[in-house]
Design a protein around this ligand. Structure first.
Ligand code: B12
Ligand code: SF4
Ligand code: SF4
Length: 356
């Protein structure tokens, strides 16, 4: 690494901030690697088993709070924010209220954010190296075990709300976070202060009571976990509470008063694709595997695969009002090759009193 003069480091940081903006990030902040209190919370959370089937959370354990072990030489974490709220999508509350429609989390209506953000972060690091000289870095967007929200808070991007998402005063919480781990000793920012105050709106708004205390989430009950991360059968007791949520869940964020300051996504790749913001469940359930592959390639939804996607829609159809269309859609997949899908279809039919 080139020896940096004090002035160079300030200039490099300003250049990173400007470059990040030009690439579609709304904010960039810098923080140290030390993060002890959060490391303790993380270990307690894992010990309690709140991560459920997310073995990758257990496997990496405290590596999430030691980026210097992930990328040797790391002394700073650069944290970035990218807003994803698709301004032109169907109204979220109206879709949730119409149980014939599938509700897809607002973050997954467009293209996969991992790819978009990763590409932009690599470009940012490369252009900085061209201008200031080579330096050590590693780019992360969910792709590496890093405790992203805690670093983002320390870098001044926002605070961890009672629902456990990061919130910014000027942007609410509809944004993704990414990082560049670096050996550049850049000047750090002040951590953000918390502004939930006495509000607790997100806690009772959770359909499955997954927020067990402020800033503590039992992921095993969270609909986002159940519809995306959980690979096996969805616990029967929780299925009714899923309503029409077929991929992820936004309820705790939809009620958050800070989201009136949300910024619409600037990046065109976050625009709604395939009318996923408001499509009849019966139509979605009629997709073949080939149609799923063709339509979902390039979307975060592609990662869960056709089987889990079908499992989720079967649950939502079980929660939909009884109609000939709903029954026909379910019956059409009674002999599905997947045992997982068949079991959820039978459950859904039994909800309509139509098992025979
Ligand atoms: C695992 C994971 C999940 C899990 C668990 C969520 C969770 N809260 O941890 C599941 C599948 C449920 C999930 C869901 C969602 N996720 Co997610 N997820 C992650 C992932 C990969 C790791 C998170 C993690 O480390 N959790 C560990 C636990 C311990 O952290 P925590 O619950 O936040 O706890 C912290 C504090 O609350 C506090 N704390 C904990 N216990 C206690 C106790 C006390 C007493 C106190 C004071 C504090 C405290 O300390 C902890 C450490 O900082 C990150 C990406 C990453 N690499 O970080 C994305 C990430 C957090 N997810 C993200 C998103 C968008 C979502 C969803 C909104 C998607 C959706 N719409 O369906 C939901 C939101 C659900 C929710 N209410 O949190 C974004 C969040 C962006 C933001 N603005 O915050 C991230 C950062 C991905 C990204 N790169 O942008 N996710
Ligand atoms: S994402 Fe949904 S299920 Fe998960 S904590 Fe928020 S409201 Fe509850
Ligand atoms: S709804 Fe209220 S308590 Fe929950 S995160 Fe938002 S401000 Fe905090």
């Amino acid at each position: 690494m080139k020896e940096f003069e004090i002035l160079d480091l300030y200039a490099a940081k300003q250049s990173l901030i400007d470059g990040a903006r030009a690439l579609g990030f709304s904010k960039l902040g810098v923080t140290h690697v030390e993060i002890d209190a959060d490391a303790r919370h993380l270990l307690r959370w894992l010990d309690a088993g709140y991560h459920g089937e997310m073995d990758y959370m257990q496997k990496h354990g405290s590596l999430r709070t030691r980026p210097q072990e992930l990328a040797p030489g790391t002394v700073r974490v650069l944290s970035v924010r990218m807003d994803y709220w698709p301004g032109d999508s169907a109204d979220a509350e109206s879709v949730l209220a119409d149980s014939t429609l599938g509700y897809v989390s607002r973050y997954a209506l467009g293209r996969d954010y991992h790819k978009i953000m990763r590409r932009s972060l690599v470009r940012l690091a490369e252009s900085t190296a061209r201008r200031f000289g080579p330096f050590g870095y590693r780019v992360c967007v969910d792709s590496a075990p890093v405790l992203e929200k805690a670093y983002a808070r320390n870098a001044g991007l926002g605070w961890i709300g009672k629902h456990t998402n990061l919130i910014a005063r000027d942007a609410g919480s509809w944004f993704f976070i990414g990082e560049i781990l670096t050996d550049l000793p850049l000047p750090v920012d002040e951590p953000a202060t918390a502004h939930c105050g006495t509000c607790t709106a997100c806690i009772p708004a959770c359909p499955t009571a997954a927020i067990i205390a402020p800033q503590q989430l039992d992921a095993r009950r969270c609909i986002s976990y159940l519809t995306i991360e959980h690979k096996s059968a969805i616990p029967v007791a929780l299925r009714p509470a899923l309503g029409n949520r077929i991929y992820g869940c936004d309820d705790c964020q939809l009620v958050c008063p800070w989201n009136k300051f949300a910024q619409a996504a600037a990046h065109p790749d976050f625009k709604v694709r395939n009318r996923l913001d408001a499509t009849q469940l019966t139509q979605l359930f009629a997709w073949t595997r080939a149609e799923f592959d063709e339509r979902m390639r390039g979307s975060a939804i592609y990662r869960i695969g056709y089987e889990r996607w079908s499992r989720n829609i079967a649950v939502a159809l079980g929660n939909a009002p009884t109609s000939e269309d709903v029954l026909a859609a379910l019956r059409a997949r009674r002999a599905d090759p997947s045992e997982l899908v068949r079991e959820h279809v039978e459950w859904a039919l039994s909800r309509h009193g139509a098992i025979a």
